[in-house]
Design a protein around this ligand. Structure first.
Ligand SMILES: [Zn+2]
Length: 425
C-alpha cells in the first residue's frame, strides 16, 4: 500500500532524538545490533497460522546471521546443521544446490534462529524463520520470512505509520494491517509459496527496524482483532481493509478505485480530520505539468493494447467520485477512436512513484500540447482508513474502535483464533 510513512518527515525534535540514539549506540562497544531484543511472540503457535513474507524473489547470493546462532534444516532430508556465532554466513547457489559455509543443501532450507528468534539477512533483522528455496526454472533462490502474525505486525505498523503518533491511531492501524494481511493470505496465499511481499504492493514490512515500544503495545493491545462484514449469503467475511495517507476530505468507494464488487464497508465517508494532520504539501499538492506526447507514451507503454488508438491526442475525466476524484478517464486517439482507464491507474501510469501526482483528485488544464494537473488534494488512493484522519480523530480523544467504525462503516470487530486463517507452511 502507498501510505503515509513513505512520505513522512519527522519533526526536528524527533530527528535529534534519533540522532542521539544512534550516537549512543555507536559509542557503545556492542553497537545497536547487540542491544537486548524482546523475544518473538507467537513462536510456538501453529506454523500454518504464520505469515509468509517474500523478502527477495531472485537472489544469487545473500548473507545470513543470528546473534543467538541458528540451525538449518534441509527440508527434503530433514538433516540439521548448527551454526554458531554472530558472523554472517554467505549463501550461494550452485546449480540447484545452496552452499552455506561448508554445508551444501538441495533445493530448500529452513533457517531457525534460537531465542529471541531473530536473524539478519543482508544485514537487516527479522523475527521468525527464514526459508530459502531454489527456483525451478533458473539458478536463483527466493528468501521468505516465516513469521508469527503478531510479530509480523510489529514490522508493519511502524513502517506504515509514524511510531510517535497517538496510541489509538496506531491501534487502528494494527487492526487494519492485520485484517488486510489475513484477507490477502486467504485470497492469494493458497496459490503461491508466500502470502505477502514486504513492499507497498502488499503493505510495507521492515522487520525489527520498524519496531518501537509504542508499535508493539498497539499490536499486542489489539491481538487477534480483525474487521468482518456479512456477505450476500450472510456469512461474516474478513474485509479488504485498504488504507491510505490522506483522503483529501472524503474517502472513496473501493469500486471507484479498484473495480470489483461493491463493498458496503468501503463505500466512502466524509473526513474532516486529515486536513490538519497531513503535511501541507501532501494535502494540497503542487501542480504537475507534462506534454501530451509524454502522456501518450507512458500510457501505451503501460497498456500495449492502447496501441490501436496511438497516438493519444487528448483525454477527458468522464466519471468523478467524491471531491471530484477521477474515477474514469477517456483517452482519445488521433483517429478519433477512444478507450478508457481507471483514474487511479491513469495517475500511477503517468507518475509511478505516486509522489508528484499524489492522488486522483485534480483538475486538468491544457495549453497547446502541455497538460497540467492542478488543485490536487490528498495523498494516496483514498479508500478505507484515512491514516492522517485516524491521527486527527485520536487527537480529539476518539478510540481505535471509533476510528475503525468510522472509516469502515457497518464492519464488525471480532477476535479470531489463529487457526481460522491458515495456509500451508
Ligand atoms: Zn481524510
Amino acid at each position: 500500500m502507498r501510505t503515509y510513512k513513505q512520505s513522512i518527515h519527522r519533526p526536528p525534535a524527533y530527528q535529534n532524538l534519533a540522532l542521539w540514539a544512534c550516537v549512543i549506540c555507536m559509542m557503545s562497544a556492542a553497537g545497536c545490533r547487540h542491544r537486548p531484543v524482546e523475544t518473538t511472540p507467537g513462536i510456538d503457535s501453529p506454523r500454518q497460522t504464520w505469515v509468509r513474507v517474500l523478502l527477495f524473489g531472485n537472489l544469487r547470493m545473500c548473507t545470513v546471521a543470528s546473534m543467538s546462532g541458528f540451525e538449518i534444516e534441509d527440508t527434503a532430508s530433514g538433516t540439521l546443521a548448527n551454526f554458531r556465532g554472530n558472523e554472517p554466513f554467505v549463501v550461494q547457489i550452485s546449480g540447484r544446490t545452496l552452499v552455506i559455509g561448508e554445508h551444501r543443501f538441495d533445493g530448500e532450507v529452513l533457517i531457525r534462529p534460537r531465542e529471541p528468534f531473530v536473524f539478519r539477512i543482508n544485514d537487516k533483522p527479522y523475527r521468525g524463520h527464514l526459508r530459502l528455496r531454489v527456483n525451478e526454472s533458473e539458478p536463483v533462490f527466493e528468501a521468505v520470512n516465516l513469521v508469527p502474525l503478531e510479530s509480523y505486525l510489529f514490522g508493519v505498523v511502524g513502517a506504515e505509520m509514524p511510531s510517535y503518533w497517538e496510541p489509538e491511531a496506531l491501534k487502528a492501524q494494527a487492526v487494519a494491517s492485520r485484517t488486510y494481511c489475513l484477507f490477502i493470505k486467504g485470497r492469494l496465499g493458497q496459490r503461491r509459496s508466500w502470502d505477502v511481499t514486504q513492499s507497498e504492493s502488499s503493505q510495507v514490512y521492515r522487520g525489527l527496524d520498524a519496531e518501537t515500544q509504542t508499535v508493539r503495545a498497539a499490536v499486542l493491545a489489539t491481538a487477534g482483532e480483525v474487521l468482518v462484514a456479512p456477505s450476500a449469503e450472510g456469512r461474516e467475511l474478513i474485509i479488504p481493509t485498504y488504507y491510505s495517507s490522506s483522503c483529501g476530505g472524503h474517502t472513496e468507494a473501493a469500486g471507484n478505485v479498484f473495480g470489483g464488487e461493491k463493498i458496503a464497508s468501503l463505500r466512502g465517508v466524509q473526513c474532516g480530520y486529515c486536513v490538519g494532520v497531513a503535511r501541507r504539501g501532501n494535502y494540497y499538492w503542487k501542480p504537475v505539468t507534462m506534454t501530451l506526447r509524454q502522456v501518450s507514451e507512458k500510457l501505451i507503454q503501460r497498456y500495449p493494447t492502447l496501441e490501436k488508438i496511438e497516438p493519444i491526442v487528448n483525454f477527458k475525466v468522464t466519471k468523478l467520485g467524491y471531491k471530484s476524484r477521477a474515477v474514469r478517464v477517456t483517452l482519445i486517439g488521433k483517429n478519433g477512436a477512444t478507450d478508457t482507464v481507471r483514474g487511479e491507474d491513469f495517475r500511477l501510469t503517468l507518475d509511478p512513484t505516486g509522489r508528484k501526482i499524489k492522488s486522483a483528485i485534480f483538475t486538468v488544464e491544457k495549453k497547446g500540447n502541455r497538460v497540467s494537473f492542478q488543485n490536487g488534494l490528498g495523498f494516496g488512493h483514498g479508500v478505507g482508513l484515512c491514516q492522517c484522519g485516524a491521527q486527527g480523530m485520536a487527537r480529539k480523544g476518539k478510540t481505535y474502535r471509533d476510528i475503525l467504525s468510522y472509516y469502515y462503516p457497518d464492519s464488525k470487530r471480532v477476535t479470531i483464533a489463529p487457526a481460522e486463517t491458515t495456509t500451508e507452511p
